[in-house]
Design a protein around this ligand. Structure first.
Ligand code: HEC
Length: 140
């Protein structure tokens, strides 16, 4: 009786230690900071989407790159991570006739970090995750 009463908390403690251990691992490869994405944005995206991600830069042919600070508000207040990732990466290309924006999936590669995409932790190349963090940070 006493033995089993003792073993339950011991087991719980062991489980807790396991969870904390996992947590510590996840911390090492956490979501990059917006500042990391800001540099990538300046180098790869600002030419078309503007220095503050507000669009308005007329492109060759007169097209205007969309304002990227309104992505969340145009999506009922939720930043559409999956759509934004596929747009940057180029997955969305097949669905967008006459797409102007280049694909970045082949150049923005690197170690993957877990990114919560609609409730699923999805391994995502770090530069793409950093851009996501930056864009989420500039939502208005
Ligand atoms: C050559 C110009 C150009 C560059 C460079 C560019 N984009 Fe775009 N982007 C566009 C255009 C134009 C669109 C509108 C869709 C289309 O025509 O492809 C767009 C669409 C988007 C969208 C979807 C916006 C919406 O309203 O749904 C996102 C997100 C985006 N770009 C992010 C980025 C990021 C992040 C980068 C840098 C890694 C980048 N873009 C680089 C021109 C560009």
């Amino acid at each position: 009786m006493t033995g089993s009463a003792l073993s339950a908390p011991t087991l719980a403690l062991g489980l807790l230690a396991g969870v904390l251990g996992l947590g510590a691992c996840a911390m090492q490869a956490e979501m990059p900071q917006p500042s990391e994405g800001a540099k990538l944005y300046a180098n790869n995206c600002a030419a078309c989407h503007g220095h503050r991600a507000m669009g308005d830069e007329p492109l060759i042919g007169g097209q205007i790159a969309p304002d990227l600070t309104m992505l969340a508000s145009r999506n009922d207040g939720t930043f559409p991570r999956a759509e934004v990732l596929s747009q940057i990466d180029g997955y969305a290309k097949g669905t967008h006739v006459g797409r102007v924006m280049p694909e970045f999936g082949a150049v923005l590669t690197g170690e993957t970090v877990p990114v919560d995409i609609e409730g699923t932790l999805t391994p995502t190349p770090r530069p793409l995750a950093a851009l996501l963090a930056y864009l989420e940070d500039v939502q208005t």
